[in-house]
Design a protein around this ligand. Structure first.
Ligand SMILES: Nc1ncnc2c1ncn2[C@@H]1O[C@H](COP(=O)(O)OP(=O)(O)OP(=O)(O)O)[C@@H](O)[C@H]1O
Length: 258
């Protein structure tokens, strides 16, 4: 019955590539107003295809012109998003040899196997008690080099006291975010992209929006201590990860860094 459907290995590859592309576009646009525009365009595209199949010449012609001429308009409207998308593609595993090797799992190593999560969480606990604001970004497979340039690079092994002193209110390094790669603090005073997700409650300020922003655009995870409330937040994939206690937080972090 389905003899007319020819399906080759290339078609499978084609579908996989389109799915990957759509996934990245979705990841990039998730939570932004741009997603509504994309849904609108996808809808017009669908109607255009239907009108083509039904041979409705006039409507299909109008929609065809609209879609082809709209490409340039789209590039202008989505300038920022296209830039971020290319940046994200350019900084994923394949250009990062170290992460790429880890992805291949030849050595069965874990991305953050050596990261001293206990020291990080313990520092957060202390900063929470003193209501010291902190923003710690932990790199996973997406390289964060493009962010490091916005701050001061550093090369220090993760250490509880060091983390506390960096975020100490009078320290010249306390502002912005700190980046951890493997078990090293590789940058401080980093400026992160701010999320424009309209669903983030108004009580969360720029520190929270910055953590959400970077976790939307890359697969990095963030630990954040609020200066106002002392509350510790764990942010991943553009949202807050809930935890009941510090042991659970440590377990989650270790698992996510595998
Ligand atoms: N784009 C950014 N990248 C990195 N850090 C940022 C960024 N924007 C703000 N911050 C940090 O957040 C601090 C300001 O936090 P703000 O009070 O707006 O945030 P908040 O989410 O309300 O957090 P808190 O509960 O700690 O007040 C700044 O001093 C700076 O250190």
């Amino acid at each position: 019955m389905f003899d007319f459907i020819e399906f080759s290995l290339l078609d499978v590859l084609d579908i996989l590539l389109v799915a990957t592309l759509l996934y990245y576009i979705y990841k990039l646009l998730k939570g932004t107003v741009a997603i509504n525009i994309v849904i609108g365009i996808a809808f017009i595209f669908l109607i255009w295809k239907i009108t083509q199949v039904l041979k409705m010449e006039m409507l299909s012609g109008i929609l065809g012109y609209l879609l082809s001429g709209g490409v340039i308009a789209l590039i202008i409207v989505f300038q920022q998003e296209i830039r971020k998308f290319l940046l994200m593609i350019g900084t994923t595993n394949f250009t990062n040899k170290r992460s790429f090797l880890k992805q291949l799992k030849f050595l069965q190593t874990e991305i953050g196997s050596e990261i001293d999560t206990e020291a990080i969480i313990s520092a957060c606990q202390k900063m929470s008690k003193t209501k010291t604001g902190a923003l710690i970004v932990i790199e996973r497979t997406n390289a964060l080099d493009f962010l490091i340039n916005t701050g001061d690079s550093m090369n220090a092994i993760v250490n509880e006291v060091l983390l506390e002193s960096i975020f100490y209110k009078n320290s010249p390094l306390h502002d912005g975010a700190l980046i951890i790669r493997d078990n090293f603090i590789v940058a401080t005073r980093v400026v992160l992209p701010i999320s424009d997700n309209a669903k983030i409650p108004a009580r969360f300020g720029l520190r929270h929006r910055a953590a959400i922003g970077i976790s939307e655009k890359t697969d990095a995870v963030c630990l954040l201590v609020s200066e106002e409330t002392g509350e510790i937040s764990y942010i991943k994939d553009g949202g807050f990860e809930l935890f009941a206690n510090y042991d659970e937080l440590n377990e989650k972090l270790k698992k996510d860094l595998m």
